[in-house]
Structure formats: C-alpha cells, structure tokens
Design a protein around this ligand. Sequence first.
Ligand SMILES: [Zn+2]
Length: 69
Amino acid sequence: MDGQLNNNSEVMCCFCGNYLPLKDALVLSIYPNIESKESQQLFSHKNHFVEKIFKSIPLHPDFFEDEDV
Ligand SMILES: [Zn+2]
C-alpha cells in the first residue's frame, strides 16, 4: 500500500485493466518467492480472480459474495 489509498479510491483490476472501487476489490498480496521479504499488492474484481483459479482449488466463501457483478 502506498499510503495514498482510501476507501474512495479506485484501483485497477490486474486481470481486465478496468477500474473498480477499492472497497469492492479483492486484494492480492503476492511474494515473488517463499523467501521474499516484500510483497506486492494487486487488486482485482473478485469474479475475475475466481475465474482464473483452477476449479478444484478450494476458495474462501467470501470470494463468491458478489458473484452477480
Ligand atoms: Zn477485472
């Protein structure tokens, strides 16, 4: 987080490139490898993340909370 985001901020979905409100975005904190000390945050629409994950991987139910979007 760069410290400049607030709940009214818009962020870019890393899968489709469109903007969405931060409050609606899924937050991905990713590490380049298991020993990395620093993570990078990416944002996405929840449904665009779910679509990319292989179907047999179980996901937290909250990832499906706004499936209709
Ligand atoms: Zn998207």
